[in-house]
Design a protein around this ligand. Structure first.
Ligand code: GLU
Length: 455
């Protein structure tokens, strides 16, 4: 695949959610896999709803996912480009002023529907004379501006949906500029895609109908066409969509809940494709798995509980090297850090659970005794240390527990449960064979003896 230039173009009107992450990742990973460029573009021409804090938060959320844009642009800083494009369209007779109010348009639409006609804008404004316009403006009306569509079929090969076409005769000429001179999304988006030489527009299928308009607009402005790919949208099991404004499943919320960013990435990319949703070791592996041709056409249904499971499975497989910094930040470092990670990772639902385990190894715990006879024997039979790292788990632990079994006659749960409780204070957890050397001989013996004493 030749290097792709792609963009993720959120409007900064709220925190992004897993559905937005899906769009961002499909773009960023396409750039990564092709050695291309990933642009973050803030669609912030709607001054009323756009907020700088949201834009900053989106950058933070993307960074947490591991996505670093090669370029960040804000449409609010590129207005002269859009004005030039609008001027060009107007000069070529493709942009025309209209004066209808929303109520007038609404009445007209209802009349058309009543007569069984498609509710397409009737281009009445084209019939206005210069005199009519002067009169309207003297009444205080300001024009909004529509792009005159060619009423033809527009076809494109969609990177996900395959051959696609839209009959532009069924669409109203889109409004590009509002009464107050501000731009709706369509024109800035096409100008930026053209100006920044975006090769691939990968976005949600809610934008399919915009595509025909955008293809016509790009060609009217002399831009090389981008390729388009429209992905299915993530919906909850009950079919509900996600919304930036409602804050549902926001990345910030998931992060606060301790969900691994790598799990969110795998989940967002693989859900709704023909590939299984599975943990990955890093974004490069995920980029290698991504194939837009595998993205389905039905809504991508998911259950948030799956995301938590995937997060746990992601943690369970992470090698120490990928975690060393986070462990150190949690105060877990030194020689014991790696064996500790390998011993406990399979028991973590969330990364933060690790601190509890580290504490169990390194702080005092309350003596929890069950079967004093067994515990006394276990204390007495502890083999002398140091224990050989290489042979302990296989031989050392086996012969130690065999000796306890022989001495006390306990086996199975009756043997292991009291040991676990006395050594860790917990009912369940990582393999005792792996924990014991981390607890250390001295502390283990003290815990066994303390737990063996009648309370
Ligand atoms: N700002 C638009 C959105 O958030 C971008 C659509 C596009 O990718 O062209 O839906």
């Amino acid at each position: 695949m030749p290097p792709a230039t792609v963009r993720f173009a959120p409007s900064p009107t709220g925190r992004i959610h897993v559905g937005n992450a899906r769009t961002a990742l499909l773009n960023a990973l396409t750039a990564r896999a092709s050695g291309g460029r990933f642009i973050l573009r803030f669609d912030d021409t709607d001054a009323e709803r756009s907020r700088r804090e949201y834009a900053d938060a989106i950058e933070t959320d993307l960074a947490w996912l591991g996505l670093a844009p090669d370029l960040v642009v804000r449409q609010s800083e590129r207005l002269p480009l859009y004005a030039a494009a609008a001027g060009r369209l107007e000069a070529e007779g493709r942009l025309y002023p209209c004066y209808e109010t929303a109520e007038e348009l609404d009445r007209r639409r209802k009349r058309q529907i009543g007569r069984g006609l498609p509710p397409v804008y009737d281009r009445a404004a084209l019939a206005l004379t210069a005199e009519d316009r002067r009169r309207l403006e003297a009444e205080g009306r300001r024009p909004h501006w529509r792009f005159m569509l060619d009423r033809v079929d527009v076809a494109w090969e969609d990177g996900i949906r395959g051959p696609s076409r839209i009959d532009c005769a069924s669409l109203s000429d889109p409004v590009l500029v509002r009464e107050d001179g501000s731009y709706l999304y369509t024109l800035p988006s096409v100008v930026d895609d053209g100006d920044l030489a975006v090769t691939d527009v990968i976005r949600g299928e809610d934008h399919v109908t915009n595509t025909a308009v955008q293809i016509q607009l790009a060609s009217a402005l002399g831009f090389a066409p981008s390729r388009y790919a429209h992905h299915n949208l993530l919906v909850t099991a009950s079919g509900e969509g996600l919304s930036k404004r409602s804050g549902s499943l926001s990345l910030a919320g998931l992060r606060a809940d301790g969900v691994e960013s790598l799990a969110i990435a795998a989940f967002a990319v693989l859900t709704g494709t023909s590939d299984p949703v599975r943990p990955v070791a890093d974004l490069d592996e995920l980029a290698g798995l991504l194939d837009l041709a595998h993205v389905g056409r039905n809504p991508a249904r998911f259950d948030p509980a799956e995301l938590l499971q995937l997060s746990a499975r992601t943690l369970h497989g992470l090698p120490f090297a990928r975690l060393a910094d986070r462990l150190a930040a949690a105060g877990i470092s030194g020689e014991a850090a790696e064996p500790f990670w390998l011993a406990v990772r399979g028991n973590l639902a969330r990364f933060d659970d690790i601190e509890g385990w580290w504490g169990i190894l390194h702080r005092e715990i309350a003596a929890a005794g069950e079967d004093a006879e067994l515990l006394a024997a276990a204390a007495e039979l502890l083999p002398p240390s140091p224990w050989d790292d290489r042979t302990w788990a296989a031989e050392g632990w086996r012969s130690y527990t065999a000796a306890i079994r022989e001495r006390t006659g306990r086996k199975g749960r009756a043997l292991f449960h009291p040991l676990r409780l006395a050594l860790t204070g917990r009912d369940s957890g990582p393999e005792l064979a792996a924990l014991l050397p981390l607890i250390g001989r001295e502390r283990a013996e003290a815990r066994l003896r303390a737990a063996a004493r009648p309370a």
